[in-house]
Design a protein around this ligand. Structure first.
Ligand SMILES: [Zn+2]
Length: 442
């Protein structure tokens, strides 16, 4: 009766739109971002966790084993799982008090200057054990999967001591091993200057001492233990300046880390130029980037990771110039920036909605940015981000017949069934008579 659960084959058939994103094996740029390579009334066949065929339902179904599990996607959109290329998903505590303060007129920087912001999350995260942090992250993992996200980048940066940074990175490693979500770890020891390095009498020396700690102790240890693939720095007027960021990122590059970079978020500080200079994989945020910065990213083939949820949630009006970036040929990715302060949402669908209405990205550009381009920004473009034979079967069935409805009906969750490595990990109801083992039921 539920033989299908025993097989390694899964056939999704009759999709009104199979959004394959088939195309060049590199980040999509310019007009390519509007080409989703959609197949209508089509199917995808999955075997042993990989996609083995896509195309007309009758042709693909003919290749399936007779007892294979089937999912009927009639009147539904089938797409690659979202790849969220920028999150701070492992943290303790929440900051709804600051959310209320911002409603009363305080800015993000004013709240940070009073000891709130990142440092308030650091205090709570330091106080939590690894086991507690893991447990706190589990419901967020569930949220992410339920909203159709199958891979995330996850940063440390709420520890800011050697042991606490290692603790967060080990929790990310555990979540990657023990949950269906795939997590790509980034070391962000230079997220903020911690409280104990903010003595007013010798502020300059204390800052330098913290940066020395990041470079000479944290980075080598993280590298030795293979706890992160990327290194990130928060380059901003009230955090790390361009010179400090360059020192840290150069040291990281020498140790073999890929570079991601919080740049030009709240002011134009030269971060985008630095990302290009160091040939970073990504420059993230870049709300304040100028034409010279855009040209530098394009020349150096740095992927721009845009985070409109943070602009929206901080009540700001200056979004990244997505249209200019796309016109200039920069590869653009979208991400949530999921974190307890500036962007407390795990929903890529929400990021798409804001991208379309506030940055004038077309729905097709936004989907490309949220899947294949995001996968390339995590060095996983050859395996994730599109529905093509040989790729990993990370697939989502959405409860709408046209992909444009995903951003259009905003504030609701369209994801019905989520498949990671060929296995159903979220479904709106149990398939068959028994619930699927280790499967979230919506
Ligand atoms: Zn961030």
């Amino acid at each position: 009766m539920f033989l299908f659960i025993m097989t390694d084959e899964l056939l999704i058939l009759n999709a009104s739109q199979l959004v394959t994103l088939k195309g060049a094996a590199r980040p999509r740029v310019g007009a390519e971002m509007r080409d989703l390579a959609i197949l209508e009334n089509s199917a995808v066949l999955i075997r042993d966790g990989l996609i083995v065929a896509t195309g007309a339902t009758s042709e693909v179904a003919a290749q399936a084993a007779s007892q294979c599990q089937t999912l009927d996607a009639a009147n539904r959109v089938v797409m690659p799982g979202f790849v969220d290329a920028h999150t701070h998903a492992v943290f303790a505590g929440t900051r709804e008090d600051e959310y209320e303060m911002r409603a009363a007129g305080f800015t993000y920087q004013e709240i940070a200057a009073r000891g709130g912001g990142i440092r308030s999350t650091v205090r709570k995260t330091r106080a939590a054990s690894a086991a507690e942090l893991f447990d706190m992250a589990l419901p967020r993992v569930r949220w992410l999967l339920e909203h159709g996200t199958t891979t995330i980048e996850a940063k440390s940066g709420y520890g800011l001591t050697l042991d606490d940074e290692l603790k967060i990175l080990r929790v990310i490693q555990s979540l990657n091993r023990d949950t269906p979500l795939e997590l790509v770890p980034t070391f962000l020891g230079a997220h903020e200057i911690p409280d104990e390095y903010r003595r007013s009498d010798d502020a300059g020396q204390a800052r330098t001492a913290y940066i020395d700690l990041v470079i000479s102790e944290m980075l080598p240890r993280v590298a030795n233990e293979h706890l992160a693939e990327f290194c990130d720095v928060f380059c901003e007027a009230h955090v790390f300046n361009v010179q400090e960021s360059r020192r840290i990122l150069k040291a990281a590059k020498e140790l073999g880390f890929g570079l991601r970079f919080h740049a030009d978020q709240l002011s134009l500080g030269g971060g985008s130029q630095l990302a290009a200079e160091l040939q970073a994989t990504t420059a993230d945020h870049i709300e304040w980037i100028d034409e010279a910065g855009i040209a530098a990213l394009q020349r150096a083939k740095v992927i721009a990771v845009l985070l409109p949820g943070a602009v929206f949630n901080l009540g700001l009006t200056k979004y990244a110039p997505a249209r200019r970036l796309i016109e200039a040929g920069v590869g653009v990715a979208l991400a949530t920036d999921f974190n307890p302060g500036s962007s407390p949402t795990p929903s890529m669908q929400m990021a798409l909605s804001i991208a379309c209405t506030q940055m004038q990205m077309t729905p097709a550009e936004a989907l490309t940015a949220a899947t294949i381009n995001a996968a390339y920004s995590l060095n996983r473009g050859a395996r994730l981000g599109s529905l093509e034979s040989g790729k990993q079967a990370d697939v989502v069935i959405f409860d709408c017949a046209d992909y444009r409805q995903i951003p259009y009906f905003f504030g609701i969750n369209h994801a019905l069934t989520v498949i990671k490595k060929g296995r159903v990990v979220v479904t709106q109801k149990s398939l068959g008579e028994k619930p699927i083992e280790n499967c979230y039921t919506r």
